[in-house]
Design a protein around this ligand. Structure first.
Ligand code: PMP
Length: 468
């Protein structure tokens, strides 16, 4: 049976109609009507404002997964019809993701578990003597995988131009003639600020270095075009792109990946395995993406990622960005009306940013504040250091040795907070969630919490015994 015959029978994907104006560009997501109890009595619709951690599944993605589920079969090995269909679906997902990212001729799309997994895969594929350059402001997934290499951590820049100058100077000072890799995030998971990716790529290339883009926060909010940005690799996670089925992506240049030992050794990554006369085993490894995809692939995850790519493309980033910018402006204007709130920023107020905003509130422990938003208003945000400890500590002006955690004593007015609160949103967020959030912040700061909270297992939780 030909692949074409299989594709013809594959479950159709749900069409998405592009909305006419930005007011209507709220993509349907699962959980939009979930109601949660309030500690003060009654219940409310849950306001999911933690998209930067994990975004809700697009309904379109869920429908596509459900349509495929009865046809689920093994990938790359079964002789049966459903195995062939699943194999074709997996490979067509790879093509869809490649198109979504604007991959160049010869680029590879490798399915991984997540951004963390993708960057660890690339770290395992670095050529010998490769130097790595990474800003200290990165998420830990970009900061930490390079332990086997010689890593230069670059100081936090306070403007995009300073980022370029810092990188330029560091690369100019490096050993000549050895391979180098720059790892940079496209949009900060703490401040939401956009980094000058194209310019950083040009700087890296001018010094003969390669660059990988951590697009975990960028891809859900902005088009990522690998050729236009001229980056060598892109990594992102399905669960932040409205496709929470356990798949991530590393896409880009094939050469380092082809030369490297397989990330995982096992079936699928190996083409031929034979016993040697001396009792050992000879292995011939695959050369394409399969080299780094040993084991049974996550076909549902890959299908879900491809479905999300199609949904975002069809909805149109122009419209999605316009609407998100309206929400960012509305939220920031609301927070600006509360003098006790300090929004964290590396590049300043005017910097372009995605729907991710972190802040501290004078006189409040951030974990206490986040707990009150949840318990009293049904709003889900995140508190802490957001897996970007050096960046958040820099932004908070922390002293060495400061530990930000839930249960830290409440900061008195004017005191430094040790952790922060992050609100983040995206294509499924209705205006009401942003408005409720701004109202909640305003009321909590003005009136205080209506309940008391205590620390349990390292988390702030409402104290069941007491209303304030
Ligand atoms: N990079 C950035 C910028 C992130 O925000 C995150 C997740 N918070 C990651 C990498 C890691 O993503 P994952 O947990 O899906 O591997």
């Amino acid at each position: 049976m030909s692949a074409t015959a299989v594709t013809a029978t594959a479950p159709a994907t749900t069409p998405v109609t592009a909305p006419a104006d930005t007011e209507q560009v709220v993509l349907p997501v699962l959980g939009a009507d979930v109601r949660v109890p309030l500690v003060t009595g009654g219940e409310t619709e849950y306001a999911a404002l933690d998209y930067a951690a994990s975004a809700p599944a697009l309904k379109r993605v869920w429908d596509d997964v459900a349509a495929y589920a009865p046809y689920y079969g093994s990938v790359h090995r079964g002789a049966g019809y459903l195995s062939q269909l699943s194999t074709e679906l997996f490979e067509s997902a790879r093509r869809t993701v490649g198109d979504f990212l604007g991959c160049r001729e010869g680029d590879q799309v490798v399915f991984t578990r997540s951004t963390t997994d993708s960057l660890n895969l690339l770290a395992a594929a670095l050529p010998a003597d490769c130097e790595v350059f990474v800003f200290e402001t990165e998420h830990h997934a970009s900061l930490l995988p390079w332990r086997g290499a010689q890593v230069t951590f670059l100081d936090a820049p306070r403007t995009p131009e300073q980022a370029l100058r810092t990188l330029d100077a560091a690369l100019a000072a490096r050993r000549a003639g050895t391979p180098a890799l720059v790892c940079v995030t496209g949009a900060s998971n703490v401040t939401g600020e956009l980094w000058p990716v194209r310019e950083l790529a040009a700087t890296a290339h001018a010094h003969g270095a390669r660059i990988v883009l951590d697009a975990a926060q960028l891809a859900p909010h902005r088009p990522v075009d690998i050729a236009r940005l001229d980056v060598d690799w892109v990594a992102f996670s399905g669960h932040k792109l409205y496709a929470p089925f356990g798949a991530g992506v590393l896409a880009g240049r094939a050469d380092w990946l082809r030369e490297a030992e397989p990330y995982l050794a096992g079936g699928g990554a190996s083409r031929k395995v034979a016993r040697r006369a001396d009792g050992g085993v000879d292995v011939e490894w695959q050369e394409g993406p399969a080299r780094h995809e040993a084991g049974s692939p996550n076909v549902i995850g890959a299908h879900a990622v491809a479905s999300a790519c199609r949904a975002l493309t069809e909805a149109g980033f122009g419209q999605l960005v316009a609407r998100e910018e309206q929400l960012v402006a509305r939220l920031r204007a609301g927070l600006a009306g509360v003098p006790e709130v300090r929004v964290l920023s590396l590049f300043g107020d005017a910097a372009p940013r995605v729907g991710v905003v972190s802040f501290v509130v004078a006189g409040w422990n951030s974990s206490h504040f986040a707990a009150a938003l949840s318990a009293e208003y049904g709003i889900g945000v995140r508190d802490g250091l957001f897996c970007a400890h050096p960046l958040v500590r820099t932004l908070l002006g922390a002293e060495p040795g400061d530990q930000g955690e839930c249960g830290a004593p409440e900061a008195a007015p004017g005191e430094r907070s040790l952790n922060a609160i992050r609100v983040s949103f995206g294509a499924g967020t209705p205006d009401e969630h942003i408005d409720r959030f701004v109202r909640a912040v305003t009321e909590l700061v003005r009136d205080g919490a209506r309940w008391t909270y205590r620390t349990e297992d390292g988390r702030c939780v409402p104290d069941p015994a007491t209303a304030r």
